[in-house]
Design a protein around this ligand. Structure first.
Ligand code: ZN
Ligand code: ZN
Length: 356
């Protein structure tokens, strides 16, 4: 915990002989500070020291023990340095091991899947394209599955002759704005349509809080007007997809994107097909394994040359002989990538439709 004590003397109040003591405590570097301030008679060191000690004591709960971690799954208190400690929110090793022992993975009925690329740009909207979002629909299914929901995904659905009502499942890779900032607009659409169909959101730990605060920030007081089920999944934990979306399942695996927060890639089994999505990540051995024999690999390619937490075109070229998906399409592409005259890989673009 870091603690700052500031003693401020206002020259205009000099005659009054008062100083202000400001206390700023930060339990962990990434937390918001806890602030307090009080006026004291100048020079009354003893009183100031006594009050600061009292403040700290009174706020012991809020400040917490920086060594303590509460598992958001089982509520058990973990300790700093325990497995999984570097991720926020913390999930203890037992819960993570339990998550890996999940049952069979439903594939859904087997007539194929249509993938519509709604947003294929990086976080900067390169080339005027939209942020990350891909709509998958099993053939014959009433509803579809959205892989990430970047800002603008509701408009992108409309531009493609669909609407948020066609989405029964949203799968999120991580909580960067370009990947999840559009969820509130999918929720908001229910006001207009009177949607009754539930929405299933499958996402990394922390999803509930992140989606609640996004909604509250964008439309204070707004509540999702239809049933919304949020599954905070752990790597290896399979969630079955609803029958109206064609059945099937979604299983996350760890992405290498941001060391202190959760970030996933996903294997989606739908319409008898296996689709692997990298989310934002470097090109990992795990993605190569997951996508071996997959019907479609949707992989990010942010830049031409290596960039921390992302995959570059050069990385993909180096790994090309080991990419064994039946079809690979690159997304999250920056301008330098889309400007390549004759790329070795297929690049997805907004509005692209493929059937696998
Ligand atoms: Zn991104
Ligand atoms: Zn990201």
């Amino acid at each position: 915990m870091s603690l700052e004590i500031l003693i401020v003397a206002d020259p205009e109040e000099a005659e009054v002989g008062e100083v202000e003591v400001r206390l700023l405590a930060r339990p962990r570097p990434e937390d918001d500070p806890i602030e307090d301030s009080r006026l004291f008679a100048a020079g009354d060191r003893e009183e100031i020291a006594r009050c600061v000690a009292e403040w700290l004591d009174r706020r012991r709960d809020a400040l917490g023990d920086p060594e303590r971690r509460t598992c958001r799954r089982c509520g058990r208190i973990g300790r700093a340095g325990e497995e999984g400690d570097s991720r926020r929110p913390f999930v203890c090793g037992d819960c993570r091991r339990r998550a890996r022992r999940t049952g069979p993975t439903p594939t859904g009925r087997g007539d194929g899947v249509e993938a519509r690329f709604l947003g294929t740009a990086n976080a900067f909207g390169a080339g005027g394209r939209r942020h990350a979002s891909t709509f998958l629909r099993a053939r014959g299914a009433r509803f579809g599955v959205l892989l990430d929901a970047g800002p603008g995904c509701a408009a992108a659905l409309r531009a493609d002759g669909l609407s948020p009502e066609d989405v029964a499942v949203v799968i999120l890779s991580h909580f960067h704005g370009d990947h999840f900032g559009g969820v509130t607009f999918l929720e908001l659409d229910g006001l207009r349509t009177g949607r009754a169909e539930p929405l299933l959101v499958i996402a990394p730990p922390g999803a509930r809080e992140r989606l609640d605060s996004l909604r509250e920030c964008l439309y204070p007081g707004f509540r999702t007007p239809f049933p919304e089920h949020i599954v905070e999944a752990l790597p290896g934990e399979t969630t079955s997809l609803p029958e109206p979306a064609g059945g099937g399942s979604a299983t996350p695996f760890p992405a290498d994107h941001q060391p202190r927060r959760w970030a996933f890639g996903w294997t989606v089994r739908l319409g008898g097909r296996r689709i692997v999505y990298s989310g934002d990540s470097t090109l990992t051995e795990r993605i190569l394994d997951e996508s071996d024999g997959a019907d479609l690999l949707v992989h990010e390619c942010t830049s031409l040359t290596p960039l921390p937490g992302h995959t570059s075109y050069r990385d993909l070229l180096a790994a090309a002989p080991r990419i064994r998906a039946r079809r690979t399409l690159l997304v999250h592409t920056g301008e330098a990538v889309t400007a390549l005259p004759d790329p070795e890989f297929d690049l997805a673009h907004d509005g692209l439709r493929v059937v696998v």
